[in-house]
Design a protein around this ligand. Structure first.
Ligand SMILES: *Cc1c(COP(=O)(O)O)cnc(C)c1O
Length: 410
């Protein structure tokens, strides 16, 4: 693999045109779209419209005339089309943490005779903390059990109420087999709540056909919704008459504008809308999703895998013996859309790369994480990124200290 081959891959890339949809700063190679996606032109336009026309001109009429009230469901359906969910099962609301809490809590009421919530012992902190928090306030009814990566099946039993699983591991980029794990969980009568934060917009997700019960995820990573853009929840159609959000809100009511005396939950996932939605955040997200219009998700997956193959091959050829250890599975079918390497100097490596315009991120204690986002990243970008990585590692090897500091990124 050389630079010329990377150029040829770019020339033959059917997704190369998507890059023009994004406002990326010149001179930057962005390998952190798995943490915060970049601004798209359509997000800026949609936000401008929400500000200048809908809010400034329409004022209160925006709720009805600009479709603000239906935005959580409308944008939810749009996300649904990217995660294999038919209409009427996804709403946009809150952040991922709150959605995980609402969904996990709702799931536990569906399995009142079971006590255990299972979660991987090194899953993303918020997922583990939400489970622990639910158990802590259950008065001893609920307990959390942790399993080692890839050892979920052995922990399942007749007492398992719910399993919380990240489809793609945020550190290693390991992709889990959603249909098969969902089936295994259902065999013991438990429910599953999938966290799609690192998989939506990164790998094909098929919630309906996998028989998934519940799912949640954020929109500011691969979906490019903007910093802190609202998250979403999915409630499978077959469960919708039973599953209720633990937060009873006026907008989740079947008839919010009746202002009635008692709570009656709205149909489907509507009850998971907690209150007045943040319209500006929703507008940016809705605009960002325009960049996905017409994108073939099978092509996206193929390019993501090809970018990763190229990246791994170039690093192994050009940074050999620099002490990098590949943390991401080598098998394509086990990979999400990021590649992570271990190195004792990971923090300085990332700091120095960022100083040179190659933006990845550091995860303690020793992980360099690089997101490979097919919509706006090319093969020659990967070539340049590896050249910078090679040069940084070489300068460390000859003892040149870096003064660059790695910023803390969520
Ligand atoms: C990014 C991420 C989150 C984010 O949670 P927020 O409440 O939106 O901050 C949650 N879970 C996983 C697995 C993530 O990767």
């Amino acid at each position: 693999m050389d630079q010329e081959q990377c150029r040829r891959l770019d020339a033959a890339d059917p997704l190369a045109g998507c890059r023009a949809a994004f406002e990326l700063p010149p001179g930057v190679i962005y390998l952190d779209g798995n943490s915060l996606g970049p601004l798209s032109r359509s997000a800026r336009q949609r936000l401008d419209l929400a500000l200048g026309n809908e809010w400034a001109q329409g004022l209160i009429l925006g709720w009805t005339e600009s479709g603000w009230l239906e935005a959580p469901q409308r944008v939810g359906d749009r996300i649904g089309s990217l995660i294999g969910a038919a209409r009427g099962q996804v709403v946009v609301s809150d952040n991922t943490t709150v959605n995980l809490y609402k969904l996990a809590s709702a799931a536990l009421t569906l399995r009142p005779d079971r006590r255990t919530v299972l979660i991987q012992d090194d899953d993303f902190p918020t997922d583990r903390f939400v489970a622990a928090g639910l158990a802590a306030r259950s008065g001893g009814r609920v307990q959390v059990r942790h399993f080692r990566p890839d050892a979920m099946a052995g922990s399942l039993d007749a007492g398992t109420a719910l399993v919380i699983l990240s489809q793609v591991d945020y550190r290693t980029g390991r992709l889990h087999d959603m249909p098969s794990l969902t089936r295994t969980i259902h065999e013991v009568g438990a429910l599953v709540l999938w966290d799609l934060s690192h998989s939506a917009g990164a790998v094909p997700v098929a919630l309906d056909s996998s028989g998934v019960d519940l799912a949640a995820g954020c929109t500011y990573k691969f979906l490019n919704g903007g910093p802190g853009s609202p998250a979403y929840c999915y409630v499978a159609r077959r469960l919708q008459s039973q599953v209720r959000s633990p937060i009873w809100s006026w907008l989740g009511h079947v008839e919010p504008f009746a202002f009635g005396p008692s709570y009656e939950p709205g149909p489907g996932p509507k009850s998971f809308i907690t209150g007045t939605p943040g319209i500006l955040g929703l507008a940016a997200l809705e605009g960002a999703l325009e960049a996905w219009r017409g994108v073939d998700l099978a092509l996206l997956r193929q390019k993501s895998l090809d970018l990763a193959e190229t990246f791994i091959a170039l690093v192994e050829a050009r940074c050999a013996s620099a002490g990098l250890e590949l943390l991401t599975p080598r098998e394509p079918e086990l990979r999400g859309s990021q590649v992570s390497w271990r190195h004792p100097g990971a923090q300085q490596i990332i700091a120095e790369l960022i100083r040179r315009g190659v933006i990845g991120d550091f995860r303690p204690p020793d992980i360099c994480r690089f997101g490979l986002t097919p919509l706006y990243l090319g093969f020659e970008d990967v070539w340049h990124a590896v050249e910078q990585l090679r040069s940084v590692l070489q300068s460390f090897a000859v003892g040149e200290p870096t003064t660059a500091v790695v910023p803390a990124t969520p």
